[in-house]
Ligand binder design. Structure first.
Ligand code: PHE
Length: 339
C-alpha cells in the first residue's frame, strides 16, 4: 500500500512541476503508459497470492484514475493561465460590447411613401401596387389616350418591345384602371411607385422618379370633394392648413382637369422655392373622364370619381430641400446618410 501512496505523491509532485502541457503528458506516460510504473504494478498481480489479487488490482486502478485526474486538473490550470496571460498582454477587453453592424436608414422616398400611406389609410384609402412594366392598354389606351393622340408625345416613353405593347409605365395612372377592374365601387385607393420617362436629365428631371396616384370612385363625386380631399392631404403633409388654387390643366383621363397649387409653405412673400410667386405647383388632378370609367368596366351614368397624381420625388425634394432630383437614385451613400 505504501508503495502506491508514494507513487501517487511522486506523480502529483512531478505533474505540478511540469511547466507546460507537453511536459505534463510526458509525466503521465511515465506513470500510466505501457512501460510506466502503474503498469509495472499491474504486472505484479499474477505473482500475488490469489486472495490479494482483487484488492490489489482495484487499488492500482484507483491510483491510475487519481493520476489521470491530477493530470487533467493541471492541464486545465495551465490552459487558464495561458489565456489569462494572453489577455493581459493584449488590450482585448472581453467585457466590452461587440461592435455593432452598421445599419442603413430608409430612403427619404420610402419614408415619405410610408407616411403618406399611413395618412391615406387613416382617411379610408387602400394602398395598391401596379406593375412597373405596363401594357400599353393601361398606360395609355384605357386612360383615354388613343394610339395617335398627341398627348403620348409628352410622355417620353421607354418601349419594351418592337410592337410597343409593353412600356415602362410613364406614370402611376394605369393603377386607376387596374383598381376599377379589381374593386367594387365605392372605393378609395392610392398607388405609389416608380415611373420612367426617356428624358434628358437635369436638376428637376430624371428618367426614373416616384409618384403616388390617388383615385376615389363613388356616386356624385364633385370638384368640391376633390378640393376638400386635397386640402386634407396637404394639411397632413405640411402639418398645417395651406390655401390652394386650381388652374385648368389638361390630362386626357380627367375632365375637368386641374393643376393644384398650394401657398408656399416656406415663406410669406416669396422665396427661391416658390420662385418669388408664393405659390408652388403641387399636383395635377381632376374628375375621372367617363371613358376611363368605361375602360375600367364602370358605368359613368352611375359612378364618378376624382383622381390625383402626387409627385413623390418632388415632394421629398421640397420637404428635405434637395436641389437636384438626380441625387435621389444615385445610390450615393453620403447623400443617403443624411436621412
Ligand atoms: N398621370 C399624370 C402625369 O403623370 C398626372 C395626373 C394624375 C393627372 C391623376 C391627373 C390625375 O402626368
Amino acid at each position: 500500500m505504501e508503495d502506491r501512496e508514494a507513487l501517487l505523491e511522486d506523480a502529483r509532485a512531478q505533474i505540478d512541476a511540469a511547466a507546460d502541457a507537453d511536459a505534463v503528458k510526458a509525466v503521465e506516460r511515465a506513470f500510466t503508459g505501457k512501460k510506466g510504473s502503474v503498469s509495472a504494478l499491474m504486472a505484479k498481480i499474477p505473482t500475488l497470492p490469489p486472495e490479494e489479487r482483487k484488492a490489489f488490482g482495484q487499488s492500482v486502478n484507483e491510483l491510475k484514475r487519481a493520476i489521470q485526474a491530477h493530470v487533467q486538473a493541471r492541464l486545465d490550470a495551465l490552459a487558464a493561465a495561458e489565456l489569462a496571460s494572453d489577455r493581459e498582454a493584449s488590450d482585448f477587453d472581453p467585457t466590452l460590447p461587440p461592435p455593432r453592424p452598421q445599419r442603413g436608414s430608409l430612403h427619404p422616398i420610402t419614408q415619405v411613401t410610408r407616411e403618406l400611406e399611413d395618412l391615406f389609410e387613416s382617411m379610408g384609402y387602400e394602398v395598391l401596387d401596379g406593375p412597373e412594366v405596363e401594357l400599353d392598354f393601361y398606360n395609355f389606351e384605357a386612360l383615354n389616350i388613343p394610339a395617335d393622340h398627341p398627348a403620348r408625345d409628352s410622355q417620353d416613353t421607354f418601349f419594351c418591345d418592337e410592337a410597343g405593347h409593353l412600356v415602362m409605365r410613364t406614370h402611376t395612372s394605369p393603377g386607376q384602371v387596374r383598381a376599377m377592374e379589381r374593386l367594387e365601387p365605392p372605393f378609395r385607393i392610392v398607388v405609389p411607385g416608380k415611373c420612367f420617362r426617356q428624358e434628358t436629365t437635369d436638376a428637376t428631371h430624371d428618367h426614373t422618379f416616384h409618384q403616388m396616384e390617388g383615385l376615389v370612385v363613388a356616386k356624385d363625386v364633385s370638384v368640391a370633394h376633390l378640393i376638400g380631399a386635397m386640402k386634407t392631404l396637404l394639411a397632413g403633409i405640411f402639418e398645417r392648413e395651406l390655401d390652394v388654387r386650381m388652374r385648368p390643366g389638361f390630362f386626357p383621363f380627367v375632365e375637368p382637369g386641374f393643376e393644384l397649387d398650394a401657398r408656399c409653405p416656406f415663406c410669406e412673400d416669396g422665396c427661391s422655392v416658390c420662385k418669388q410667386t408664393t405659390w408652388i405647383e403641387l399636383l395635377p388632378c381632376g374628375l375621372v373622364h367617363p371613358n376611363v370609367l368605361r375602360a375600367g368596366g364602370l358605368d359613368p351614368e352611375e359612378w364618378s370619381g376624382f383622381a390625383f397624381g402626387l409627385g413623390l420625388s418632388r415632394l421629398v425634394m421640397l420637404r428635405e430641400e434637395i436641389d437636384d432630383i438626380r441625387h435621389m437614385l444615385s445610390g450615393n451613400v453620403r447623400f443617403l446618410e443624411q436621412f
